[in-house]
Design a protein around this ligand. Sequence first.
Ligand SMILES: Cc1ncc(COP(=O)(O)O)c(C=O)c1O
Length: 349
Amino acid sequence: MFFASDNWAGAHPAINERLSKESTRFAAAYGTSELDQAIEQRFNEVFEREVAVFFVATGTAANSLSLASVAKTGGVVFCHSEAHVIEDECGAPDFFSGMRMVPVEGPNGKMLTANLVERIARYPQDAVHHGRAAAVTMTQATEAGTIYTLDEIEEIARIAKTNGLPLHMDGARFANALMALGATPAEMTWKRGVDVLSFGGTKNGCWCAEAIVFFDPGLAKDFAFLRKRTAQLFSKSRFIAAQFEAYLKDDLWLGLAGHANTMADRLRAGFGSLNSARLAWPTGANEVFAILPKASARAAEEKGAKFYDWLEPRDMPETVGTDEMLIRMVTSFATTEEDVDQFLSICRG
Ligand SMILES: Cc1ncc(COP(=O)(O)O)c(C=O)c1O
């Protein structure tokens, strides 16, 4: 019953196998191997256009360097007020980009477009004292487990473009969002105006594989130098490429994310049918937030369940009673139906 995070899951056997095969041969270093180059090409197919791809090790690096690549001196970046870039990366995006993250509020992890427009207007290009608008970043799926629709992505992109700002997407759970929407990678990104993507693999079955994808190769012109200077150019980069090869082969990645989402659906349905516990807000991908009696949560923990106690978001519609608590559960490719059913039966009491 591991629901603490999809980061707790191991790596998928097909990815392990590919890594193990890679470990027995020699190949050119620093991203120049044939395998690295082949996988870069593979990303072109996945996104149905020529993209510039750079492998990095962590989601924090992907976000930070994506934003650093579009940095302006005195720039500010607009993000949701509970986004990973502002809450959970210890200021790494600010550190690497030299820019400030400016929070934009909105319910259920999604920026309200009216708030985004209002916030951007506070940072005109000549605002030497405040700083100037430089980029917008959005998370898909969001930290609250919700999903921006394709039209919502397009509307945020329109606002960004109207203000001359590039749009970055934090796709740490990109595959889960794709599967929830039933969209293609192209439809959820550049076709709706996303310029730069943090493409996550680690949470969804890789061992350690993240990529930055530039849909406008012009934005990637100097990126090779930025990645090297920020110590994210791996000599054995081909081990990230090998993971992506297995990950993308025969759409393994989509199958794994689909499974994680199905397990989350099972949790959602289970909570929907309990009298003693309830969903805190609707989610669409592989994260579920529930309010349950403290006693049930403790009983589940005693039986080995892992999940996070969660701080109530500012705009949460439900109230948490004094004998209750809010928890976050995240499913992954490795979650089983038995895990879900056992957890629900404990909550049922
Ligand atoms: C939405 C989101 N973005 C980025 C990250 C960062 O990933 P990492 O911990 O690999 O730096 C996470 C990790 O939990 C995340 O949930």
